[in-house]
Design a protein around this ligand. Structure first.
Ligand code: DGJ
Length: 741
C-alpha cells in the first residue's frame, strides 16, 4: 500500500514518504527489530543487513547493541525498557513475538486521549503490529502512522491482557528508538515559571539523560519533547530528530547512550510512580509520540511540527479561523474591578480596534484575592450586579466579543464547593495537604467530579454570550492519590487525572463548538501538544516582558506554531521584570503569535492610544501571515551574547513576509549588520517597508524594491549611522514588511 511496504520473504515493513523512511523487520527469533528511522531509503529493497538476527542466534555477549522495536527487560538488553509488566508470579520479564500485522489507509484515534488525525484517508497510512508474550498472555499492538506530506511518523502502543490473571504495567512508553551512534546533542526546552521553554543544549554522554515531570502536568520546567541534533546542525543544515509527546501529564523524555555507543530514545508516560492494573480482557493505550526527522536543520523539524500541529492536531471551529485581537484585564486590574471599570476598559479597547474583551480571575464567589472561591462558579454580584450575562451583553453592545477566565480543576479551601465536598480535593487521608496558592486540586480522576464540573460550566457557558474561555491551572498536584481508587490502583492516579481533564475538555469543546478555548497554566505550565488538541491557542507565559518573550517564543517555536502562542502587550514597568521597554517593541514581539493586550486601556496616554490603534490595525492587516505564516528563525537570542534576535514569517506563496529584528542593548559606533532572510522567492522583487516607519538610514537603505535573491544572499541593511545610534537606544525593535511586486 502507498506509504507502507511489506516484504513477506524478509519480514520487512518499510514506512516511507519522500522525506523519511522507517524500517522494521520480523527477526528470525520472532521479535521485531528496528532497522532504520531517518533519511528516505529506496523502496523495493531489503534492509535486513542493517539489523542483527537477534539475541538467540548471536554471540554470548548479552549487552549487544541490537535494536529492538519495543524493548523489554530481563532478556539481556540492560538498557532501559519500553515495557515492563508485573505478572502473577511476580516476574516482570517479557519477550514480545510477532503475531500479525495490518496496514490501512488513514489513521485511527485513541479513545480518551488526544492525537493527530487525518481528514482524508490518503493523507496518511497506518500500520499495526500485533505482538504477544507467551507466558504472561500480554498482547501488545504497536501502532504507526506515516503522514504523506510530513517527515513524520507517529507511534503509540496498546497493551491488552489476553490471559486469565491480572497484569500490572509499570512502564509503557509511547516510543523507543535506537540510533546507531551517540554523536548527538540533546536539545531540550526547559525553564521555570516566567521563563519557560528556554533552549538548552547538552552533548550526550554514556548513561541516561532525561527531562521529566512528576507534577501531574507537563510543567513549566520542561516541554514533553526531546530533540537530537549533530554538533554541526544549524537552523538550515544538518540532521535532527524530534520526539514530541501528545500528552499533558507526567512524562519522561530520555536519551540513553549504551556501552557500545548507541543511543536509545524513550518518550512516554513517566514510569516513576506509574502502575496500571489490567484485568483479563482489559487494555491500556499510551499517548501518541510524534517523531520527526530533518536533514535540513532544526528549521525542517519546526516546519513539520508547525504544520501538523496547526492543521491536524488542533481541531474544531477555531482551528482555521483568524483569531481575534483581545484585551485581558488581569495585569490591568488584578482582582480590583467592577462592571463600570471593565466596560470603561472595553470601550477604550473598542475604539482602538480590539475585538475581544476577556474578563480574567476574580469574577466569581467572593474572590478579592487568590485565597478563596475557586470552585464556586457563580458570579460575584458585588462586582458584577448584572451578572456575567449583563456584562457580556454590554460588551457585545460595544461591538466586542466577550471572553471569560475559569480554573475548573481547582478548589479553594474557603469556598462553598470545599465546604460541601472536602473529599473532592486531592490528598492522602491522614496526611496534611501541601499549600500552594491557597488552593487544592480537584480529583478529576473521579468521573463524578468531572460530571459536576461539566454540569456547572456548561450552565455558565450557556448563560451568557461567551465567545472565548481561558482555562487556567495554577498549581501542581501534591499528596497524589484518589479516594476513588482502591489501594492497589493508586499508581493509576496521575494518568487518570489527565484522562479526566481531557474528558472535560472534550465534552465542553464539543458542547460549545463556537467558543474559542485558550489553555493556560500560570502561563506555560501545561503548554503541550495534548491540550492543543482541544484549545488551539495557549497562554505562552505569564512573563509579558518583551525581552524575556524573545527567548520564550523563540524556544516554543521549535515545536509550536504561531497560531498556538498567546502573546500580549502589557504595561511598563513590566510586572514580572520591572523593565521599561517601548510599547512599539512590546507589540513587535507580541505580533508573532496570537496577539492581544493585557493592561488597563483607560490609563493609556493619548500618544500610547495612537500607537496601540496603529498596532492593532497593523496586526489585523497582516493577521493571516502573523498567525499562520511559515515561521523562520534568523538570529537566536540563545547564541553569542544574545543581544540581537531576528525572525520572520512568510506566506505559502512566498509573496509576502514580515521580518522582526530586535536589539536589547544599544552599542555605540556599530559595525556593518546585514540580516539575511530565508524562504523568499529568488525570482521575485519585494517592496520593503518599515514598521514603525522611520526617516533614517534604515528606511532609506531598505525602502528600495529588492530582489528575493539579494535579500537571501546579502540581506536587509541594519546599519545605523553613527549619529543615529542614540535615536534607537536600548530595546529597539524594527519590523520589515516585504511584498512582492
Ligand atoms: C495565571 C495566569 O497565567 C494569568 O494570566 C492569570 O490568569 C492568573 N493566573 C489569574 O489568577
Amino acid at each position: 500500500m502507498m506509504g507502507i511496504e511489506w516484504n513477506a520473504s524478509s519480514g520487512q515493513l518499510h514506512l516511507h514518504n519522500k522525506q523519511v523512511s522507517y524500517v522494521v523487520r520480523v527477526l528470525e527469533n520472532g521479535s521485531i527489530g528496528q532497522l532504520h528511522f531517518g533519511a528516505p531509503l529506496a523502496r523495493g529493497r531489503s534492509y535486513r543487513h542493517l539489523g542483527r538476527a537477534g539475541f538467540a542466534g548471536f554471540s554470548n555477549r548479552l549487552d549487544d547493541p541490537i535494536a529492538l522495536e519495543y524493548p523489554t527487560a530481563g532478556g539481556g538488553d540492560y538498557r532501559m525498557p519500553a515495557l515492563t509488566i508485573e505478572q502473577a508470579d511476580g516476574s516482570s520479564m517479557l519477550r514480545l513475538d510477532y503475531v500479525s500485522h495490518r496496514i490501512f489507509p488513514g489513521k485511527a484515534g485513541i479513545p480518551g486521549l488526544p492525537s493527530t488525525y487525518v481528514e482524508a484517508d490518503d493523507e496518511a497510512t497506518s500500520l499495526e503490529i500485533e505482538l504477544a508474550d507467551g507466558p504472561s498472555k500480554a498482547r501488545v499492538t504497536l501502532s504507526y502512522t506515516i503522514f504523506r506530506d510530513h517527515p513524520i511518523v507517529s507511534r503509540r502502543v496498546r497493551i491488552r491482557n489476553g490471559g486469565t490473571s491480572r497484569l500490572r504495567i509499570t512502564t509503557a512508553m509511547s516510543t523507543s528508538l535506537d540510533l546507531p551512534d551517540d554523536d548527538w546533542t540533546l536539545v531540550q526546552l526547559s525553564g521555570a515559571w516566567a521563563r519557560e521553554r528556554h533552549i538548552t543544549n547538552r552533548r550526550l554522554a554514556p548513561g541516561r539523560q532525561s527531562t521529566a515531570s512528576l507534577r501531574g502536568a507537563s510543567g513549566h520546567e520542561h516541554d514533553p519533547s526531546l530533540i537530537l541534533r549533530r554538533a554541526s546542525t544549524t537552523e538550515t543544515a544538518g540532521e535532527a530528530y524530534g520526539f514530541s509527546l501528545v500528552y499533558s501529564g507526567n512524562f519522561l523524555a530520555e536519551a540513553e547512550v549504551g556501552p557500545f555507543g548507541t543511543t536509545r530514545v524513550r518518550l512516554g508516560i513517566n514510569p516513576e510512580g506509574f502502575a496500571w492494573i489490567l484485568e483479563p480482557g482489559a487494555d491500556f493505550a499510551t499517548p501518541e509520540a510524534v517523531l520527526a526527522f530533518s536533514e535540513a536543520g532544526l528549521d525542517g523539524l519546526s516546519l513539520a511540527y508547525h504544520r501538523l500541529y496547526r492543521e491536524r492536531l488542533a481541531r474544531g471551529t477555531w482551528r482555521d479561523r483568524a483569531r481575534p485581537v483581545l484585551i485581558n484585564n488581569w495585569e490591568g486590574t488584578y482582582f480590583a474591578f467592577d462592571e463600570t471599570k471593565l466596560v470603561d476598559i472595553a470601550t477604550v479597547a473598542r475604539d482602538l480596534g480590539i475585538e475581544l474583551f476577556v474578563l480574567d480571575d476574580g469574577w466569581f464567589g467572593a474572590r478579592d484575592d487568590d485565597t478563596s472561591s475557586l470552585g464556586d462558579w457563580f458570579v460575584d454580584r458585588r462586582k458584577l450586579p448584572n451578572g456575567i450575562d449583563g456584562l457580556a451583553r454590554r460588551i457585545e453592545a460595544l461591538g466586542l466579543r466577550f471572553g471569560l477566565w475559569i480554573e475548573p480543576e481547582m478548589v479553594s479551601q474557603r469556598s462553598q464547593l470545599f465546604a460541601a465536598h472536602p473529599d473532592w480535593a486531592i490528598g492522602i487521608p491522614g496526611r496534611s495537604r501541601t499549600e500552594s496558592r491557597d488552593q487544592f486540586v480537584l480529583d478529576l480522576s473521579r468521573p463524578e467530579i468531572v460530571d459536576h464540573l461539566f454540569a456547572v460550566l456548561s450552565e455558565l457557558l450557556a448563560s451568557a454570550p461567551i465567545s472565548y474561555i481561558k482555562w487556567d491551572m495554577n498549581r501542581n498536584i501534591t499528596e497524589p492519590g484518589s479516594l476513588g481508587l482502591p489501594a492497589d490502583r493508586q499508581g493509576e492516579f496521575f494518568h487518570r487525572y489527565i484522562l479526566g481533564v481531557y474528558d472535560l475538555y472534550a465534552r465542553l469543546t464539543t458542547a460549545f463548538p463556537e467558543i474559542l478555548f485558550e489553555s493556560c497554566a500560570g502561563g506555560g505550565g501545561r503548554f503541550d501538544p495534548g491540550l492543543l488538541a482541544y484549545a488551539p491557542q495557549a497562554w505562552t507565559s505569564d512573563d509579558t516582558d518583551a525581552i524575556e518573550r524573545l527567548r520564550i517564543q523563540w524556544g516554543a517555536s521549535l515545536i509550536y506554531p504561531l497560531s498556538s502562542m498567546g502573546a500580549h502587550v502589557s504595561a511598563v514597568p513590566n510586572h514580572q521584570t520591572g523593565r521599561l521597554t517601548p510599547i512599539g517593541m512590546r507589540a513587535a514581539v507580541a505580533f508573532f503569535g496570537v496577539f492581544g493586550y493585557e493592561l488597563d486601556a483607560t490609563s493609556l496616554s493619548p500618544a500610547e492610544c495612537a500607537e496601540v490603534a496603529d498596532q492593532v490595525a497593523f496586526y489585523k492587516d497582516h493577521r493571516e501571515l502573523l498567525q499562520r505564516g511559515r515561521f523562520v528563525r534568523l538570529r537566536s537570542p540563545f547564541e553569542g551574547d544574545g543581544n540581537e534576535t531576528a525572525w520572520m514569517t512568510v506566506s505559502d506563496d512566498r509573496r509576502q513576509a514580515i521580518v522582526g529584528f530586535y536589539r536589547t542593548l544599544t552599542r555605540p559606533n556599530p559595525g556593518v549588520n546585514r540580516l539575511r532572510l530565508r524562504e523568499l522567492d529568488a525570482a521575485l522583487r519585494y517592496r520593503v517597508t518599515t514598521w514603525p516607519a522611520r526617516a533614517d538610514t534604515i528606511e532609506r537603505d531598505n525602502a528600495l524594491v529588492r530582489g528575493g535573491d539579494e535579500l537571501t544572499e546579502i540581506g536587509l541593511f541594519l546599519d545605523v549611522d553613527r549619529h543615529e545610534v542614540a535615536t534607537h537606544g536600548d530595546y529597539w525593535a524594527q519590523l520589515f514588511v516585504l511584498e512582492a511586486e
